[in-house]
Design a protein around this ligand. Structure first.
Ligand SMILES: *Cc1c(COP(=O)(O)O)cnc(C)c1O
Length: 371
């Protein structure tokens, strides 16, 4: 089989959720962000494993994502689990929000009026902008509608930190102060922190936290257990004599007798071309440098250091996590995760997912295996 194997360890995912949960006091509820199909790992499967572990609030970006998640998780608006939509109530979303029991986080006075007009009595939350200037009501939007919104009983008021992965920056404290001022006396559950904010400490936790990337093993939660392994099959191995080049553009030249392995996996699978000639794959702990450009479906690597070439080599593994790859490629772990392609065979490992099987992102039934 030439397909790469993407293994997702649901026990590690659950352990990360519990570890983040333990960082806040007992009365603080830890939610889970599963937007962008659970950061590329399958929102339905990730969501079920976390719901089973005790997560009761899930956050998605779009109403459509919320609808798919409700199908996977079951339940309802009244019974939970609660599914909250960051983009709020967009024109045309009313039926989706109603039929799937989703809670829009209203971002503007316009969204508030739309919601009260099209779905009166349907649960909603409010998203405030405390200084990121991206999404949510600013203080000047909020002041005139605050009393009317509160009279309708929002289920959550939230805001988002722009720099929580840089604890030394004054913007964190400034946003905290603004959020406090905007929500003073509201008597509604409040949420400010994603993964980075949880790590900033208890002042930032309020009533509900919203970790995403830390669940999936990414920075800034550096103590996370690795969740993802990506193993790429070796299709062919060849010997090069000094002076021969590898791949498109002949951008890599053998300086000595070299063994080159060609692996299945390329930029169409989310392995960015920026890794050309700088990335590595691993055989256990032994690194094998990429030699030549990443092509659409293939990678070429120098395996001269290996006494024997195994059937697969790992691009993502404990020796090289998503953040290391992101550093090499000049991006962040979030982008590496969400770009993982749809051609891999996905294997969900661990007790936490022993009986969770649902269609993967490519519409194929996801095989569920325990190690
Ligand atoms: C993506 C997102 C989160 C989760 O952030 P992480 O850094 O992945 O933990 C939380 N809240 C909002 C509004 C988001 O957009």
């Amino acid at each position: 089989m030439a397909k790469g194997i993407l293994s997702i360890d649901l026990d590690a995912l659950v352990a990360n959720w519990r570890a983040l949960d333990r960082l806040s006091a007992g009365s603080v509820e830890t939610g889970a962000v599963v937007k962008a199909d659970g950061y590329g790992l399958n929102a339905g499967i990730v969501g079920k494993a976390l719901a089973r572990a005790g997560a009761r609030r899930f956050f998605v970006a779009l109403a459509e994502e919320g609808a798919a998640l409700r199908q996977a998780l079951g339940g309802s608006l009244d019974e939970g689990p609660q599914i909250l939509v960051f983009s709020g109530h967009m024109a045309g979303d009313a039926a989706l929000l109603r039929d799937h029991g989703l809670v829009p986080m209203l971002n503007s006075p316009e969204q508030l009026s739309r919601h009260l007009q099209f779905l009166p009595g349907h649960a909603f939350g409010v998203q405030l902008d405390s200084g990121m200037n991206r999404l949510g009501m600013e203080p000047s939007d909020w002041a005139p509608v605050r009393a009317a919104a509160l009279a309708q009983g929002p289920v959550l008021i939230m805001s988002h930190l722009a720099c929580s992965d840089e604890p030394h920056l004054g913007q964190n404290r400034a946003q905290l102060d603004t959020f406090r001022q905007m929500t003073e006396g509201c008597n509604v559950p409040r949420s400010l922190s994603a993964t980075g904010g949880i790590l900033l400490g208890p002042e930032y936790h309020f009533d509900v936290t919203r970790p995403g990337v830390g669940l999936y093993g990414g920075a800034p939660f550096t103590r996370a257990e690795p969740v993802v392994r990506l193993s790429l099959p070796v299709i062919q191995v060849r010997n090069l004599t000094p002076g021969e080049t590898v791949g498109y553009g002949g951008s890599w030249t053998a300086r000595q007798p070299t063994r080159i392995a060609t692996l299945s996996g390329g930029y169409a699978d989310g392995i960015t071309r920026h890794l050309s000639n700088i990335g590595q794959v691993f055989a256990g702990d032994t690194p094998c440098p990429l030699a030549g450009r990443v092509s659409m479906d293939l990678l070429t690597v120098d395996v001269s250091a290996l006494p024997e070439v195994p059937e697969t080599l790992d691009l993502i593994c404990p020796a090289q996590g998503v953040d290391r790859i992101a550093d090499l490629a000049g991006t962040i772990g979030y982008e590496v995760l969400t770009q993982l392609g749809h051609r891999y065979e996905r294997r969900y490992l661990g007790e936490a997912g022993a009986d969770i099987a649902s269609p993967d992102a490519a519409g194929q039934p996801a095989p569920v295996t325990t190690p």
